[in-house]
Design a protein around this ligand. Sequence first.
Ligand code: GDP
Length: 194
Amino acid sequence: RDEVVLVGRSNVGKSTLMRELTGHDVSTGRKPGVTRQPNHFDWAPEGFMFTDLPGFGFMSGVPEEHREQIKTDVVRYIEDNADDILAGVLVVDGKSVVDIIDRHSGEGEVPHDVELFHFLRDVGVPTVVAVNKMDKVDDRDERLDDLCDRLGILPPWQQWRETVAPICAKRGDIDPLADALETHFHEAKRDDLL
Ligand code: GDP
């Protein structure tokens, strides 16, 4: 297991985060919805590889059918590679994620972010939710507790530091995510040794 996958809706700051993590410019501002292959980047300090999967969800000018296809491709990639994937990072926009989840809940609908979170865990991939754009969030603790609630994990968020990592990718404040990933790396290494 040597791969960490990054998933998230488009425009949550996934490319910005990727650049912070790896130092590679992963084409921020590329045209949304253009089908791309997964991008792989080495993460030297730990000898792991980050895989940037295409952003999904609403993108203006991109037909619904195409958006669904992107999500299907993301899910399939994770299924096919689950055995090699050490951890998943679900990037969300801290400012809007709870509202988006609530808007898409009910009537048999499961919001994309919640679905992906459970899917990753179901296929045995330990998952960190990188709650980005925290610079735009005033009621930090309340917002993070609400997010835990929507993801089906019990607040307070502080007891989920391996799962919920508030960050600000734009400013390079990503320590909570790096710490959470570190924990999963060490658990995986320990499991490999057993
Ligand atoms: P992607 O579509 O998920 O790859 O998103 P991008 O990395 O292209 O970022 C989308 C927008 O969010 C850009 O305008 C970024 O500057 C902005 N952004 C990224 N990270 C942050 C952050 O931590 N705080 C704020 N306020 N904006 C951010």
